[in-house]
Ligand binder design. Structure first.
Ligand SMILES: N[C@@H](CCC(=O)N[C@@H](CS)C(=O)NCC(=O)O)C(=O)O
Length: 326
């Protein structure tokens, strides 16, 4: 775990001393946009043309943020247009690496960096920007033509995948439709703060107060969502939207890692009937189950966070992620 300062790698853990034990996430720095030929403006330096075969997506199969982008790549049938590979689940002194390891082969996403054969993900950042300072995070959307990072922000990448390649795929499914945008944005904002990032704030807290400040709002939101999903199938009503997929990647990891490793243990998702049913329904959608790799998920969290689990013993459970009898 570390970061780049002026293009040099430093191995250091998150500093929570300056923030009273609270984990504070830093902002993503590469914020360009893939746009369809109709919307492309050659004078806008942030615009990248959505073309087949031009982009590569680097993910971690453990990471909930990267997982969103992998799901959208499937839902929007972009497999033949955007190549993909993943990092090794263990994130240690060099950060994310492309180390080969037959123990962690995935059936759908190869390990490694097929474009440059770099060893470390931080080399991608310095290749794009030699003096880069900041964290080295996944997902990374890479442009093979201009050799740079288009975006390292999952919230932006899923929006681009939702709309920019429709002319190539003829898939016009819309997970951010105009009429629901206001509602989606509101749900995203609460779910991001208290759930997606909430589990990290809970797990990385280094004081009791910081832990409880994140834990209670997390469960307030989960209980509220449990109620909502008793009345309607999806967060915005009857239509599955971006808001559901953003919640999904946290829920699917919840009982396996956040409940134990991040001490989010007031309740499990499997014990909340509506969330349990909703989660299973999303998991069984199209090829979504193929994007979930519990081995990478559990190995990453329990093995990489030295300050939380220094023995690196990885628990075997839970036996079940869903309960069908509800
Ligand atoms: N806001 C980013 C966050 C991505 C992120 O934090 N990814 C984690 C993996 S779960 C990471 O790469 N962390 C490495 C680090 O913080 O050094 C996004 O949504 O794309």
């Amino acid at each position: 775990m570390g970061l780049l300062i002026d293009g040099k790698w430093h191995d250091q853990w998150y500093d929570t001393k300056a923030t009273q034990g609270k984990f504070v996430r830093s902002q993503s720095q590469f914020r360009n946009w893939l746009v369809s030929p109709d919307d492309f403006d050659a004078n806008d330096a942030t615009h990248f043309l959505a073309e087949s075969g031009r982009y590569h997506l680097y993910v971690s199969l453990a990471c909930p943020w990267a997982h969103r982008t992998l799901i959208f790549r499937h839902l929007k049938q972009l497999e033949d247009h955007i190549s993909v590979s993943c990092v090794h689940p263990h994130m240690l002194e060099h950060g994310w690496t492309f180390a080969e390891d037959t123990n962690f082969n995935d059936h759908h996403v190869p390990l490694g960096d097929p474009l440059h054969e770099f060893q470390f993900a931080h080399q991608l950042y310095t290749h794009a920007q030699p003096e880069y300072s900041g964290r080295v995070t996944v997902p990374i959307l890479w442009d093979k033509h201009t050799h740079t990072i288009v975006s390292n922000e999952s919230a932006d990448i899923i929006r681009m995948f939702n709309a920019a390649f429709n002319h190539l795929t003829n898939n016009h499914d819309d997970y951010y439709p105009d009429e629901l945008q206001h509602n989606i944005d509101q749900i995203n904002s609460t779910v991001y703060d208290t759930v997606n990032n909430g589990v990290y704030k809970t797990g990385f807290a280094t004081t009791q107060a910081a832990y409880e400040d994140a834990l209670f709002p997390l469960f307030d939101t989960l209980r509220h969502l449990e109620e909502t999903l008793g009345q309607q199938p999806y967060l915005c009503g009857t239509q599955v939207t971006e808001a559901d997929w953003r919640l999904f990647t946290t829920l699917i990891r919840f009982d396996a890692v956040y409940y134990g490793h991040f001490k989010c243990n007031l309740q499990r998702i499997i014990d909340l009937p509506n969330l349990n049913r909703y989660l299973e329904g999303l998991y069984r959608t199209q090829n979504v189950a193929d994007t979930v790799n519990f081995d990478h998920i559990k190995q990453h969290y329990y093995y990489s966070h030295d300050t939380i689990n220094p023995t690196r013993v990885v628990p075997k459970g839970p036996e079940k992620i869903f309960r069908s009898e509800f």
